[in-house]
Ligand binder design. Sequence first.
Ligand code: ADP
Ligand code: MG
Length: 253
Amino acid sequence: MAREPLMIDIVNVSKRFGRRDVLRDISLGVPKGKVLALIGPSGSGKSTLLRCVNLLETPDSGSITIDGSTMRFGATASRHRAKAMAAFRAEAGMVFQSFNLFPHMTVLENVMSGPRFVRGQSRDEAERIARPLLERMGMDSFSDAMPERLSGGQKQRVAIARSLAMEPKVMLFDEATSALDPQRVAEILSVMRDLAQAGMTQIVVTHEMSYARDVADTVVFMADGSIVESGPARQVIEDPREERTREFLKHFH
Ligand code: ADP
Ligand code: MG
C-alpha cells in the first residue's frame, strides 16, 4: 500500500530543559486531513511537542516538516532565518487552554489581528477574512464585544477564528476545553469536529477520551517524553496494547 502523504512529519525530535529530557526522540506523522490525538499524563511533554511544531520552542535535534517545508534542528542544522521561521510558524494555528485573546481589542479586531499585523493586509482585506470566520464560529453577533464580556466557550470560538484567519495548513489544540465549564466543553468539541470534517489536519492534546476515540484517526500515548503506544484511535482507547496506556486510561472510566 502506498504511504499517504504526510502533512505533518515529526522526525527524531528531542528536547531537554536543563538536565531533563522532555522529548526523547519523538517521531510521528499526520496525513493530510487527518486528526491525531495526543494523550498522556501531565508532564509527559505533550505541550512541549506542540510548541515545537509551532516553533514556540526549538528542538535540540530532529526535524519537523509541514506540507513539504522542513525545519532541521541541532548541530548539523543550518541557521534558520527569522523570515523562514515566521513563514513556517504561520502554517500551524495553535489554540491554548487559556484563550489568550487580546483584552483591549474587540472580537472582530482580535480575528483581524493576524492578517493585519502579521501579514500586513489592509483593514478591508482583514475584515473580509474575519467576518465569515466569526459567522462560521457562531460569533458574528459578538463582533463589537470586548473579550471580557464573553463566556469561556465563546472566547475559545473567537480564539479558533483568530487562528483560522491566518489560513493555517494545520491546527494544534492544546487542551482547548480544559478551562471550560463541563456544559461548554461540547460546543468547542463540536467546532473541532467540524474542522476535522472540513479536512483540517490537526494534532489535538486532550483529556476527552471519547472525543479522541470518535473523532481522531490516530491516538498517540506519551509518557515521560516518549511515545509509549500509537495506533488507530478506537483500538488504542478501547484495547490498548501497553500496560502503561491501560493504567492511564483507567482514570477516565
Ligand atoms: P504536558 O503538556 O504533557 O503536561 P509539558 O510539555 O508541559 O507536559 O512539560 C513536560 C516537562 O517539561 C515538565 O516536566 C515541565 O515541567 C517541563 N517544562 C516545560 N516547559 C519548560 C520550560 N520552559 N523550562 C523548563 N522546564 C519545562
Ligand atoms: Mg500541557
